[in-house]
Design a binder for this molecule. Structure first.
Ligand code: ZN
Length: 201
C-alpha cells in the first residue's frame, strides 16, 4: 500500500465548496459557465473558466497539497487533451524545486498525468524552473535551451515534435510563452496550451 492510498483512506475526497464527499470539486459546484478560448501571442489557449469562485478555491486547495482536487480538475481537462490533434506529448509547466518539495508533488505535472490518462499521450516533464537566472553557469548549448525561468532538457522529446503545454493558472501568459520559447529553441513546437483557469492581470 502506498502512502497516498493511506491518505486517501484517512481523508476521502471532498468538495472544496460544499464538503460533499466524493470529488475534490463536485459537479454541482463546478462553474456552469462556458470554457474560455483565447490567444496568447500566437499560442492558442483553453481554460475551464475564469480564476474566481469554485475554480479559484480548487486551485488554491490543489496548491496546498490536495490531490483529490487535482483528480477533479484533471478529469475536466482530459477532453482537451483527447481532442488535441497532431501532438506527441503533454508538457507541464514546472513549479520550482522548493515548492515541489513543500507540496510533495508538482501540481501541473499531476494535473497533466490525470488529464492525459484517456488520451494515450505521454506526459513529459521536459522543462525545469530555475530559482534564479536560468542562464548562469550553463554551457552555450544549455543557454540556448533556457528562456526566462525555464530550461529545457528531455531526452524523450525530439526536434520537430509538437506538444501541448499544461498549467494550473494563466495570468499574463509569460510563463507559457517562455516555456514555448524554451521548447522552440530545441525545435519542439507548441501549438496550444490548456489551463485550469485564467486570472485577470
Ligand atoms: Zn460541491
Amino acid at each position: 500500500m502506498r502512502w497516498s492510498d493511506v491518505v486517501d483512506f484517512l481523508f476521502p475526497a471532498a468538495c472544496v465548496e460544499c464538503d460533499a464527499v466524493g470529488e475534490g470539486l463536485c459537479a454541482r459546484c463546478f462553474p456552469a459557465a462556458a470554457p474560455l478560448q483565447f490567444d496568447l501571442g500566437g499560442l492558442h489557449c483553453s481554460a475551464l473558466g475564469p480564476y474566481c469562485g469554485p475554480l479559484r478555491h480548487a486551485v488554491l486547495a490543489l496548491k496546498s497539497g490536495r490531490r483529490d482536487v487535482a483528480e477533479a480538475l484533471g478529469i475536466r481537462l482530459s477532453p482537451y487533451v483527447v481532442r488535441a490533434r497532431d501532438v506527441a506529448a503533454v508538457v507541464p509547466v514546472p513549479t520550482t524545486v522548493r515548492r515541489r518539495r513543500q507540496r510533495g508533488f508538482d501540481q501541473a505535472e499531476l494535473l497533466a498525468r490525470i488529464a492525459a490518462r484517456d488520451s494515450g499521450l505521454p506526459v513529459v516533464a521536459a522543462l525545469a524552473q530555475t530559482a534564479g537566472d536560468a542562464q548562469r553557469g550553463r554551457s552555450r548549448k544549455e543557454r540556448l535551451a533556457a528562456v526566462g525561468r525555464f530550461a529545457y532538457g528531455a531526452a524523450s522529446l525530439a526536434s520537430g515534435m509538437r506538444v501541448l503545454l499544461l498549467d494550473d493558472v494563466v495570468t499574463t501568459g509569460s510563463s507559457l510563452r517562455d516555456c514555448q520559447a524554451a521548447l522552440g529553441a530545441a525545435g519542439i513546437r507548441v501549438p496550444a496550451a490548456i489551463v485550469v483557469a485564467r486570472a485577470d492581470r
